[in-house]
Design a binder for this molecule. Structure first.
Ligand code: ATP
Ligand code: MG
Length: 161
């Protein structure tokens, strides 16, 4: 269905904002969004799941909380969503594997934290099915930024003027 991608992201982030109060861990979410409305055709439920997965990871792998910055920008044919955390980061040797099924960086620690190691693999599958892409940049002990891009045809506002 056709939806405004900004609203979809806001829907997920609002839930995380509400959860802050219920957790001992304090994090703050910053939203830096393009002013344009981003109309895209997506499988809404599955795309919500993707954003939810990335947000869950940002919280889970930031033991000291910190700032989670969510950016939404458009290029002339893509939407790019990025989620940056100030968490534990990902070692260089693992960074190409985090999107693999069942891959988890620190097995012992990951077991304690719960989860299956499928979140990113499923997210990648969903984004690819929409013709988009996923990637990550990270520095150990500094933080990670996960990106997703989706194909996008800008709506020509000027045409209506
Ligand atoms: P699940 O999502 O299935 O509950 P999971 O979070 O372990 O379990 P993924 O979301 O697929 O699985 O992530 C795979 C691994 O990548 C994680 O176990 C973790 O080691 C690493 N990882 C993912 N996101 C981050 C992040 N924001 N910061 C640091 N490491 C991360
Ligand atoms: Mg996860």
């Amino acid at each position: 269905e056709y939806i405004n991608f900004k609203e979809l992201v806001n829907f997920v982030l609002d839930r995380f904002d509400m959860m802050v109060d219920e957790q001992e861990k304090k994090y703050q979410i910053y939203r830096e969004f393009t002013k344009r409305e981003l109309w895209v055709e997506v499988d809404t439920d599955r795309m919500i799941q993707v954003v939810d997965n990335l947000m869950n990871n940002a919280v889970k792998y930031s033991p000291d909380g910190g700032t989670i910055t969510v950016r939404l920008v458009e290029t002339h044919n893509n939407i790019i969503l990025s989620i940056s955390d100030q968490g534990i980061g990902i070692p260089p040797n693992d960074i190409n594997k985090v999107f693999d099924r069942f891959y988890r960086v620190d097995k012992a620690r990951a077991r304690k934290q719960g989860g299956t190691g499928l979140g990113l693999a499923i997210s990648k599958e969903v984004v690819k099915a929409h013709g988009g892409n996923v990637w990550v940049e990270s520095r150990e002990h500094v933080g990670s930024t996960f990106y997703i891009s989706l194909p996008y045809e800008p709506y020509e506002e000027d045409w209506w003027e």
